[in-house]
Design a protein around this ligand. Sequence first.
Ligand code: NAD
Ligand code: MN
Length: 504
Amino acid sequence: MAITKKQSTDLSGVPTKSKISRGGLAKQVFEYAPAPESIDHVKIQPRYGLFIGGRMVEPHSKKRFPTINPATESKLAEVVDADEVDVDHAVKAADKAFDSWARLSPSRRARYLFRISRLLQERSRELAVVETMDGGKPIKESRDVDIPLSAAHFFYYAGWADKLEWAFPNRKPRPLGVAGQVIPWNFPLLMLAWKIAPALAAGNTVVLKPAETTPLSAMVFAEICMQAELPPGVVNIVTGAGKTGSLVVSHPDVKKVAFTGSTEVGKSIQRAIAGSGKRLTLELGGKAANIVFDDAPLDQAVEGIVNGIYFNQGHVCCAGSRLLVQESIAEPLLEKLKRRLSTLRLGDPLDKNTDIGAINSRAQLEKIQGLVESGIEEGAELYQPECVLPARGFWFPPSLFTNVSQSYRIAREEIFGPVLSVLTFRTPNEAVEKANNTPYGLSAGVWTDKGSRILWMAERMRAGVVWANTFNRFDPSSPFGGYKESGFGREGGVHGLLPYLELN
Ligand code: NAD
Ligand code: MN
C-alpha cells in the first residue's frame, strides 16, 4: 500500500488527493463552520515589567523583546530581557520573603494556594485564550487540559501544605529556601504550576523564568498572585531567554533548581551548578514507545496513538513518538491510523474545532523540518494526509513514517513535533528491547487486552510512567519524571514535595 504523499499538488496540477488509497472507503467530507473562541474579554498589555517583591516593577535591563502569536506571526506584547541586576533583585526579594513564609502556619500557606487555584479557575477562559495566542496550541486543549490541570495542581498541593508532618512522619520536613525554576514553552502555565505549587506548599519561595516564546500566561499569573494577596516576594517572575535562565539557576542564594526543557540545557545546568550544594531536579526530553499488541482494541489504540503524538502538535516531552506495533496487525492498524489522520483539523488554534494548532516557533518548525528530511534521506517512507497549511504562521501537517529502522535519527532523536515513527515487533521480548533502546526514559504506552501482559511490560519498561490502554493522562496526585537522559526527580504527588524539603 503506497500512501506516501505531501500536501499541495503534483506536477500535473491535479490534487494528489486522487492518489490516496483509502481501502475502498470513500472519504466523507464534513464542512465545519468557523467556531472561534471570543478574545474580547482578554486584555494583553503592550509591554510588561518584571514581577518582583509582589508588584510589577520597571526593570534595570533596558532590553525588551516581542512575543508573537505563532499562528499569525503578529506581535502580542513586549517583555523584559532580564539582566543580572534584575535576577539579583528577584532572588533577594524571594530570600527576604522566605523566613516569614516558611514560618507562616501551614494552614495559612494552604489558604493562599487554594486562593490561587480558585483564581485560576475564575480566570480560566482568559488564561486559555492567552495560552493559545502566545503558544499556538488549540483552544480546546488549553481550555480543557492546561488550565484545569494547572488549577488542580495548586488545589492538590494546597492540601499537603498542612500535612507535611504526616507525609514524612518523624522526618521533620523543612523548606530549603529560594527555588530557581526554569520552564519550557510547550505547557507554559501547567509547567509553572508544577514548579510553583509544591515549592510554596513546602514553604519555599521562588524565582521563575518562563520560556521566551510563551511568557504571557506567567504575566497573568503574576496578577493572580497580587489578587490572592500572596505576601510580597513569595513568587517572583523574571522574563528573558537562556541567559536569564542561567543567571537564575546559578545565583548563589538559590538553594534549589528545578528545570524542564531540553536534555542539552539540562546537562549544561548540571555542570554549571556542580559542587555548589544546590539541589537539582531535571525534567528533560523523551522518545517514548507506544506499544500495540495484536490483542488490543484497534480503534481505541488509534485514538491513543493520535492523542500520544499529535496532542499539542507533538510538543510533548512524554509524547508517544515511536509506535511499536505487533507485525500481525501492522497493516490494519496503519490503515485505520492513516484514515484517522485525514480527519484531523489543522488551523486557527482559537477555533474550537481545531485539533492541530501552530508550531510554537520558527526555530522549532525548522528543527522538525530538518529531522523529517533526514528521515526521508535515510530511507523511511513519509505519509501526510491532505491538509492545507495557512499562509502565515508556523505549521506542520500530522505525519507518520513507516519503513523506519532503529538507527534512523527519526527513531532516536526527539522531534518535538507532530511526527510519528512506526516500527514493528514480533514478540513481547522484542517489544521490550526496542522500547528500551533509547537514551531517554520518560514514558511508555502499552495496548493489550491482557492485564497480566500490562504488568509484565510495565515491570520491564525503563520509563517513569507507563500508560496502559491510554496515553498522556495526567493527575496532580501521580508522580511524573524520567529515567536516564530524561532527567531525575519527580513532580506531582507526595514525591513532588521531596525535592523542596529537607528531611532528618
Ligand atoms: P531549552 O531547553 O533551550 O529551553 C527551555 C527553557 O530553558 C527556556 O525557558 C529557556 O529560556 C531556558 N534556557 C535555555 N538555555 C538555558 C541555560 N543555559 N540555562 C538556563 N536556562 C536556559 O529548550 P528549547 O530550545 O526551547 O527547545 C529545544 C528542544 O528541547 C525541543 O526541541 C525539545 O526537544 C526539547 N524540549 C523539551 C521539553 C520538555 O518538556 N521536556 C520542553 C521544551 C523543549
Ligand atoms: Mn509567543
